[in-house]
Structures are given as C-alpha cells and as structure tokens.
Design a protein around this ligand. Structure first.
Ligand code: DQA
Length: 144
C-alpha cells in the first residue's frame, strides 16, 4: 500500500469536540477524519484512520503500517507522546516515516508536555494549528 497514509490517534482523542474545547477546538475526530479524507482524495492518497486509548494498539498499528508498505504515518499519540518509550522504539523499528501531529502546541503548555518520546524518533512534526495540523502533515506526507 505505497500510496496509503496511516493516521493514528491516541488516548482521549475520541472525545474531541467536547474535550477541553478552549485547547483542542470544537471539531470532533470524525470531522478531522472527514477533512483528511477530502484532502487525501485530492492528493491521490488512501488513508487508514484509527483511534485507540491503548498504547499497544498504537504499537501494533505502527508495525502494520510498515508491513503494508505505507507511505507514511501521521501519529497524534496524545499523552503517550510524553511517556511512551514503546512508541519511540516502534517508530525506530520501522522504515515508514512517522510525522508527529498535535492540535495544540505542547511546548507552550505544562512542562510535562515539553518532552516528546515520539518526537525524538519521528521524521517531522506539525503542531499548534488545531485541526489544520493534520492537513499540513498530510500534505508533507504526500510530498515524501
Ligand atoms: C495532544 C497534546 C498532548 O499533550 C495531549 O496529551 C493530547 C493531545 C494534541 O493534539 O494537542 O492528548 O496530542
């Protein structure tokens, strides 16, 4: 699946729309998926769009993206960004480029969000643009 981009979303992102809207906006994850599907079809890309609250699912899906020969992974790992050596290792274990994505800009928030284990392994990062972060990241994935 060389023209497929996996878009993987971690914990609590299923609650977008009502979750701290002053930080994350009012778009739901389904709205963001719709944005991504529209742009992907214009770019000639297929997307696999998933969300899980469980760290191991995200690890398994990174392996799957690699096994399927995906073009890239967009990963918003939510809070696992700041805690997960397992995700860091998974990103380093695969040859598919991973673009870290965040709605907010963790660097301007609480100090515990300033460390990104995902970012230490990822090829690129788009953050702080709200739902548009996903679209900018998808455009970068298309250009790879
Ligand atoms: C987030 C930022 C993380 O710090 C936070 O834990 C999230 C969402 C974002 O998209 O801005 O769950 O990844």
């Amino acid at each position: 699946m060389p023209d497929t981009v996996f878009i993987l979303n971690g914990p609590n992102l299923n609650l977008l729309g009502t979750r701290e809207p002053h930080i994350y906006g009012t778009a739901t994850l389904a709205d963001i998926e719709g944005d991504c599907r529209s742009l992907a079809s214009r770019l000639g890309l297929a997307i696999v769009f998933r969300q899980s609250n469980h760290e191991g699912d995200l690890v398994d899906w990174l392996h799957e993206a690699h096994a399927e020969g995906a073009r890239a992974v967009l990963l918003n790992a939510g809070a696992y960004t700041h805690t997960s050596i397992a995700l860091h290792d998974a990103i380093k274990s695969i040859s598919v480029p991973v673009i870290e994505v965040h709605l907010s800009d963790p660097d301007t928030r609480e100090p515990f969000r300033h460390l990104s284990y995902v970012g230490m392994a990822a090829a690129d990062c788009v953050k702080g643009l709200g739902r548009r972060s996903y679209l900018v990241a998808l455009e970068r994935a298309a250009a790879l």
